[in-house]
Design a protein around this ligand. Structure first.
Ligand SMILES: C[S@@+](CC[C@H](N)C(=O)[O-])C[C@H]1O[C@@H](n2cnc3c(N)ncnc32)[C@H](O)[C@@H]1O
Length: 246
């Protein structure tokens, strides 16, 4: 399938930024993940202001009044699009800084947006299932045990007809070789930096194997556009993007 849009967008932190983040954080307290609080407080729209290009083309498949879950919603670029379309959005975001931004957005625009400042591991949904689930850019931050927990949760929180949007990085990513060489290996294609930062890459098409019970409405893999995170050096990622139907 072709990529849906060549529009500028950013889906994760990696590539050249790895060095910058490692450098900025080295010598400070050990962090399990990227310090998103710090990044979100410092940089507006760190993953870009626009929603992921795969989101809009499939939104109309969701019935009006549906409830959608955005897992790792960040600063809300995808949540915002859905809530502005009148959908109810449950935004899961463990960064207190980003969760406060999302709450501000909900209040200012009077959106049907409920913010849960927690992880998917701890989240207990107030509904039986979701019509749509977004997992943009989260998989690269997780180790395999967490990815498998995430898959279980997605199974629990979805039903026949649920649409899933997912993006992540593949082993063809320009950063892959340097992280494989310089970081600790913690699983297949999964590495941890000395500061505790995770990066997990999927093999080409592996995302489809992980979701073999779903059908692909859209699947694209390739080199994404050059982009920057704030004033970081330009970078590009080899990505997968899927829109799946349960
Ligand atoms: C690469 S960012 C992507 C943000 C957003 N989805 C976007 O595309 O703009 C990953 C986000 O996942 C969040 N996150 C990390 N671990 C998480 C977890 N266990 N449960 C839920 N969210 C998590 C981070 O705080 C961060 O905001």
């Amino acid at each position: 399938m072709a990529r849906l849009s060549a529009a500028f967008r950013v889906v994760g932190i990696g590539g050249n930024r790895d060095n910058e983040v490692g450098g900025r954080f080295s010598g400070r307290k050990r962090r399990r993940l990227v310090d998103y609080d710090e990044l979100y407080a410092e940089v507006k729209d760190i993953f870009g202001a626009d929603p992921e290009s795969t989101l809009e083309p499939f939104v109309d498949r969701l019935n009006p009044g549906s409830t959608v879950l955005d897992i790792g919603a960040g600063q809300g670029r995808n949540t915002r699009l859905l809530a502005e379309r009148g959908l109810t959005v449950h935004a899961l975001e463990p960064s207190g800084v980003a969760a406060a931004m999302l709450k501000g957005l909900a209040e200012k625009r009077q959106l049907k947006l409920e913010v849960f400042a927690t992880t998917f591991e701890r989240f207990e949904p107030p509904v039986e299932s979701y019509a749509g689930i977004l997992v943009f850019g989260l998989i690269p931050d997780l180790e395999w045990a967490a990815i498998h927990r995430l898959l279980e949760k997605i199974d629990l929180w979805s039903e026949a007809g649920t649409i899933l949007w997912i993006t992540g990085f593949t082993t063809r990513d320009p950063s892959y070789a340097s992280q494989k060489a310089g970081w600790s290996t913690v699983g297949p294609n999964s590495y941890r930096s000395p500061e505790g930062r995770m990066r997990t890459y999927l093999e080409p098409k592996q995302i489809l194997e992980l979701f073999e019970r779903y059908s692909a409405l859209h699947h694209w893999e390739g080199l994404g556009p050059e982009h920057r995170h704030g004033d970081s050096p330009p970078e590009r990622h080899s990505m997968f993007e899927v829109v799946l139907l349960r």
